[in-house]
Design a protein around this ligand. Structure first.
Ligand SMILES: *Cc1c(COP(=O)(O)O)cnc(C)c1O
Length: 229
């Protein structure tokens, strides 16, 4: 991928976002693109930064720690499973943690926040499809989970996140996105749950996610090409 290719990919992704938003009667401006930069080197990240991207997502602590200081003016998002002993490497570096997936992590994040006199912005990750291989709170447990978060004053609960199963036809995961949205609506009766963000939609399924109400998309390979690990 040359820098030119990446910029062209980005342009196409933004066009698709705008088209899907129009189809859904929504404004493209209300949809935040988080460019997922895992395995992507800093040069290519700077290419898309210069092309206007301001939000970047990493799912590995090690990569976040390496890259965030090289581009501190961007908003970094943590989107992966977070081990409790890595909290100190993540909490101070990111604008939003998308992957609050269990109670022990919530407690430790809250403890970090109080210790540093900060409020941490988080999304609750929901395993809507119940996949064994994925992390996330079960749909049937998310209401109790969120209700309990009200006691953790160090956390600002800004919404929900899900990772849909990988399928060839993204229409198949439309119900997953719809379900996340309906859970979010249900949770709106908790005053500390702001229902600000629905983080859903990746390369394979983001246009469907937009039609179902996503306002944060996490897109990597559609912009940078497929990843080689
Ligand atoms: C890698 C990753 C993405 C982006 O995936 P693409 O299919 O490359 O767009 C989004 N969300 C999470 C949590 C990821 O780990």
């Amino acid at each position: 991928m040359t820098a030119q290719d990446i910029i062209e990919n980005l342009r196409r992704v933004k066009e698709n976002i705008a088209a899907a938003a129009r189809r859904a009667g929504r404004s493209p401006e209300e949809i935040k693109l988080v460019t997922v930069t895992k395995t992507v080197d800093i040069e290519r990240i700077k290419t898309v930064f210069e092309a206007g991207c301001r939000d970047f997502g990493e799912n590995r602590v090690q990569e976040l720690v390496k890259k965030q200081p090289l581009l501190p003016q961007a908003a970094w998002h943590f989107i992966g499973h977070l081990q409790r002993n890595k909290i100190r490497n993540v909490a101070g570096r990111v604008a939003l943690i998308h992957s609050l997936d269990r109670w022990s992590l919530a407690e430790d994040l809250d403890r970090w926040a109080h210790l540093h006199n900060r409020v941490l912005h988080v999304l609750v990750q929901v395993n809507v499809a119940g996949e064994e291989t994925k992390f996330g709170v079960a749909p049937g447990e998310v209401e109790d989970f969120v209700a309990a978060l009200g006691d953790l004053k160090g956390l600002a609960v800004d919404g929900l996140m899900t990772i849909a199963p990988y399928v060839d036809n993204p229409e198949e995961v439309r119900p997953v996105f719809r379900e996340l949205r309906s859970i979010s609506v249900k949770l709106s009766r908790y005053p500390f749950f702001t229902q600000k963000y629905l983080s859903m939609g990746m390369t394979n399924d983001y246009t469907v996610a937009i039609e179902e109400g996503a306002n944060i998309l996490r897109i990597g390979s559609a912009i940078f090409g497929s990843r080689s690990y």
